[in-house]
Each structure stands twice: as C-alpha cells, then as structure tokens.
Design a protein around this ligand. Sequence first.
Ligand SMILES: [Zn+2]
Length: 411
Amino acid sequence: MQSTSLMGLCVHDNNQTREKFQSDLPRQSSEQEASLPEPSKLQAATATLGHGASSSRFPYEGHIEFDEPVKDLLEEARCSWSFDVMQLQSASKGQALTALALTFFKDMGLVEALHLHPGKLKNFLGHMERGYINNPYHNSIHTALVLQSLHMLMTHGKVLASFDEASQPLILLTSYIAAIIHDFGHMGVNNNFLIHSMDELALLHNDHSPNENHHLAAAFKVLFHPRCNFMEQLPPEVVRLIRKLVISMVLKTDMSLHFATISSFKSLIRSRRFMEDGKVLPDAVDLVLQMLLKAADLTHTTIASSHHLCWVARLEEEMFRQGDREQRVGMPISPLMDRSQPGMSASQVGFFELVIIPLYEGLTYAFEDVNVMLNAAKDNHRLWVQGNQSVIAQQVAQLRASIPPTTHWSP
Ligand SMILES: [Zn+2]
C-alpha cells in the first residue's frame, strides 16, 4: 500500500472535487449507453448493462422492502458466526446478497458517512447478484455468506476497531465491495482449466489468475457504469485507492497464492510493521485486508457441520462438473474431479491441516476475537478425522444429488 493511505484521505462534499472526479471517469453519453457492445463471453457477467439499458432493467432503485421472515434472518445475520445463508436466499426469493449488503451498509452508516448514492448502490447490488451464475458453489449465495462473514470479522471479531478511526468507513466500504464482487461472473471452472483450455479469459489475462482478474474487470465495469456508480461523490483519489485495495484483495483469493500470502502475513505480525498502540499501521493495511477476505472466502469451513457439509457437497459437485467437461473436450481429468473416483470430500483432513487451520491460527494470533472461527474450523476438522467416513460420504452424495443443473443467464 502506498503512503497516501486511507488514513490520510478524508471525504469532502466538495462540488469542485466532485466535478473534477466526474470528468475523470469514463462517462458515457446516452448514445454510447444505448450502443454498448454486444456481450461476448468476456462480457457475460456484465451483460445486464448491454443493449437498450433502460430504467426497467434497474428494478432495485428506491424500493426494496423485505417481509418479516427475511427481517428476522437479517437480524440473525448481524451477529451469527454460523449463519444459514441458504434459508435467507430462499426467504428473500434469491436476493440474499442484496439483502445482506443493504443491511450492513445501513447498519454501519456508510451511505451517510461517505455520501454514497443509495439508488445506484441498489442498482449495483442488483447487477452483481444477477451476474453470478448458479454454479453449485461459486454463486451469489456463497458470495452472500462471504459478505456476512467479513461483516462478522469486522464487527464481532473487532478487526474494524483495529484500524485508525478516521479510516474505518473507507476500510469497511473497501471490504464490502471486495466481498460482493470477489467471484463475480465465475464460470464454475478453475484457473487451470481456463489456462489449459486456452480459454478467452486466460488469453486476455495472459494466464495470470484469469478467474480473479475476470471477476474484478467485469465487476468494476458495472460499478463505474453511470447507473451503478454509487461512489460518484467520493474524491477520485479515494476511489482509486479503494479500487487498488479491492484489486489486491480479490487477486489474493487465488488459492495458488495461499501459502505465500499466509507466510507474508505471519512475517508481518511478527514484525514492528504491523501494529502500534493497538492500531494497524498504514503499510500493513493491504495485507490485513487480503487475509480478511481469504478468511471470509473459506468461511464454509467455520460454520456448523451440517451447513459445512452442504458447501462441501456443492464444491465437490462443481469440481465433478469441471471433470465432466474436461472429459467431454478430451482433456485429462483433473485430480479430485473424476466423478467415478473419490472427490474432494475425501481429502478434507489434509485440507484443514495444511490450509484452513493455519489461516485462522494466523488471523487469531493477530486478532484474538477471531478465535471463534478457528475453534469452529477445529470442530469441523474433528468431524473429518473422527466421523464415520462412509456415513459422511453418503450424506455428501445425497446433498450433491439435490443440486440443480447450472444454467447461464442470457441477455
Ligand atoms: Zn469465493
């Protein structure tokens, strides 16, 4: 993170700054809006912004009202380390992500504190939610759970209080945006598949984290659309810094970078560059935020075992579908993706011991209230070590059988 940190920036309701900022943005005229290019595969996730964008395509602005069962679940989401996001998805008729985001933005006073545009925020959230493909695992429900977990880390995990007070609204905004967009437009296949099949996304991003680069590029395209740019009143230097942090957070969700990130974080917390007087130092902000998103992204390992098994089944099914695809196109089937062999649910013990426990241990060492997640991860680890494996395998298989086929949104 550069020295001009969030801590050094303040938000002005300043017309001059606003006008300058607006002129800096790649704004589109109404003619340009009406002739946005035809969605290609690369643009599939942002296709709702395509031809003929009109107010009827933005149904979220100004009127979102949730009924009592949804309100009760949102109340629970504010304080649960093991939230049943599936129940919220069902009760809200597929709007768990939007419902949670609006709740947290409101609770934390971000709209008022940062002069965000509430209607454009709703537009943005609606486009994000609809731009997620209904993959078994990488879908808007997973993202809603990641957002809820990040909120818990910040509030009940007391991580937000570890940042300089003046920067807290921007830290929170940055974190929420990163969570909301972090798997946007995920195609249900991993980076290896994209790279080895020379997919358009791999070609575009030169084989560097094609999934994560795609999520960012597609989501920022939506965010900066005039109808969705809820940050338009923020000074441009603040928006640039938020964008820089969000990019670094989402890129570090690429699991091929996991061990390097954990190692960097452990070195950081052992050094004098981490905290002073109980506050995270400016140069450490970037890495701390990266770790928080990673911890939230893997939160399915820290929730009640019954919910955890649901997500394991979903991930296993998504991996099998990739294996099916590899077989169809004549590629070698990737490890743990062959439907005729044991899947990733059979390798959970090693995954917890090598990946999950060290992640939450590192974070708990830095922020002790995160130990709730660590303890829950250890409970789930025990399930995989001590549980009856054939019974668990049967449960996972049953859960997998109920996952609907993947359908792609078409404009
Ligand atoms: Zn994710």
